[in-house]
Design a protein around this ligand. Sequence first.
Ligand SMILES: Cc1cc2nc3c(=O)[nH]c(=O)nc-3n(C[C@H](O)[C@H](O)[C@H](O)COP(=O)(O)OP(=O)(O)OC[C@H]3O[C@@H](n4cnc5c(N)ncnc54)[C@H](O)[C@@H]3O)c2cc1C
Length: 391
Amino acid sequence: MTDPIDNIVVLGAGYAGLACAFAFAAEQPDRRVTLVDAREEFSERIRLHQLATGQTLPRRSLTELCAGTSVRFVRARVDGIDRSARSVRTSAGELSYDRLVVALGSAGTADIPGVLEHAHAIDVESRALRLAGALDRLGPGAEVAIIGAGTTGIELSAEIAERRSDLVVTLVARGALGHDLLSAGGVARLRRSFARLGVRVVEDFDAAAIESRQVIGRAGVLPFDVCVYTGGFAPSPLVAELGLPVDNTGRLLVDAYGRAPQDRAIYGIGDAAVPADWRGASPLMSCRLALPRGVNAAANLAAECRGDALRPWRIFDAGRSLSLGRHDGLVQLHAGDGRIRNASFGGVVAAWLKEQICRYTVATLLRARNRARKAVRSLPSGPTYATLEGA
Ligand SMILES: Cc1cc2nc3c(=O)[nH]c(=O)nc-3n(C[C@H](O)[C@H](O)[C@H](O)COP(=O)(O)OP(=O)(O)OC[C@H]3O[C@@H](n4cnc5c(N)ncnc54)[C@H](O)[C@@H]3O)c2cc1C
């Protein structure tokens, strides 16, 4: 039985979804690609700690990004996926698909009582902006507690401390600072940077609940004026509704080609999915994995269209880079499979490198978009339905 692939729907226009939609459209401009997102603008999530501290980020309309390509952008909330009918329920109506790419990303977890009521977050733009407002209203000497010392908590603490040296910034770690993220040398660098910035670190503090002005830990309480919870990310709840196997964080388990083995019409990329055969350490939700996986899924969708063999996804995980404010940073090198090497560097070089990485992610998306535009222009029949509709 033939399985035509004329209609591809990509859910989520973050790093993974945009990379996938544009890379596919650049290769197969005469096929229908529909990109769905609840937002009208691309959210540069890896800079949300900057937004939360009053810095402005460029605005990029998804409608404008897709214009001139064969990607039709639909601004809509995805409400459900019916795999048996191969259709997606959205606030703009039903969308049928031949192949569905699930790139719905993640959101912050609220896994202790009081997070939703009493803590801020920077997992999505609207919440980062709300935090910016709350920080603005604080006077000198006010206490800011950041609960969760993963990469997001570390970057946010440094950013706040750099911009608001009049505030008391405390980063709360469940265990030892940086123990599962950094080498011993990396931790030492981080401690020096925090000391310079005036970030106070409270370690081995297992937060059990957040109340209106204090965090309750098993070993005491920590008062605050503003609290930010950066305890972790969970994938979109729509992934669970697919009824397909997921990992212990709820991410869709996909094969080396990016597909759900039990339903090969479904691809999963970005924070919403994880390769089932991952052998390395900590397959973190990250932009540095979301982008290449989006491109790989696009290549495999195009290969399916041509009837070619699919290409497995291989990652070389060289390291992790953290901003520590705008003038300092920390680069932790990894073995190619994600294991932490005893090699790190910091300072202005690391800050510069992190900034280049942030620029590179957007530049990569824009280059893929430009290729998709060029592909439409080179079609013998001229622009397709999507560009004519002004999608
Ligand atoms: C402050 C911060 C700093 C970070 N720094 C780094 C870093 O330095 N390096 C790194 O590698 N990673 C970093 N990350 C993680 C990185 O941002 C994510 O891993 C990355 O955004 C994942 O890309 P994605 O495309 O899977 O999802 P997203 O970028 O989250 O995109 C998902 C898209 O899906 C849309 N969507 C979700 N649900 C629905 C729905 N129901 N209906 C319609 N649309 C929907 C959203 O609007 C969004 O546009 C950081 C994250 C944060 C919050």
